[in-house]
Ligand binder design. Sequence first.
Ligand code: HEC
Length: 159
Amino acid sequence: MPKTALLTLLVLLALALCAPAISGGGLPKPDAASVWSYITKDSPYQKWQSWPDYQGLHRARSPHGPYNKVYVNQAGLTSKKAPANYGTLEVKVAQTKEGQVRDITVQYKVKGYNPAAGDWFWAVYTPQGKVKASGKVNGCIRCHGAAADNDYIMVHSFK
Ligand code: HEC
């Protein structure tokens, strides 16, 4: 094989290997299966932190209850003001006070996904990962829209 062809091949291989890193650190596509796999296998949400102003277990003010805990990834935590950084993922575990999980809801900020409503991908799963709703879910957007100036985030205030 001529040297230039070999070089070209090597460069292409290197690019292919780096592609996930270049395209955003291997964040999932905005679809229910990819997001579930990401938050349970690639980057288990239980290892994330919570917003400083929403640590631990809280009684729900919402349909997400009766109690909940919210986890947020680094992209979210390092957001200084609204809107949150792209790549922000929030996982809210709706559970009983004793810790029995009822459902798992997700908000995921993806550039260009839904510019009309903050570019959030929404999803609800059973504790086993069965999808109850996902995508540009009207119900989620309508209620969280009350906090549109806080980038649709309810439990943390950017101000
Ligand atoms: C009727 C209002 C309402 C609806 C509908 C609603 N939410 Fe929420 N959501 C809230 C409130 C209020 C909170 C703050 C925590 C609490 O009190 O439960 C919240 C918190 C959250 C959080 C934690 C991050 C944040 O924004 O503070 C996520 C994630 C979330 N909701 C996802 C969803 C998804 C996904 C849907 C649609 C399937 C949805 N929500 C529908 C009211 C709502």
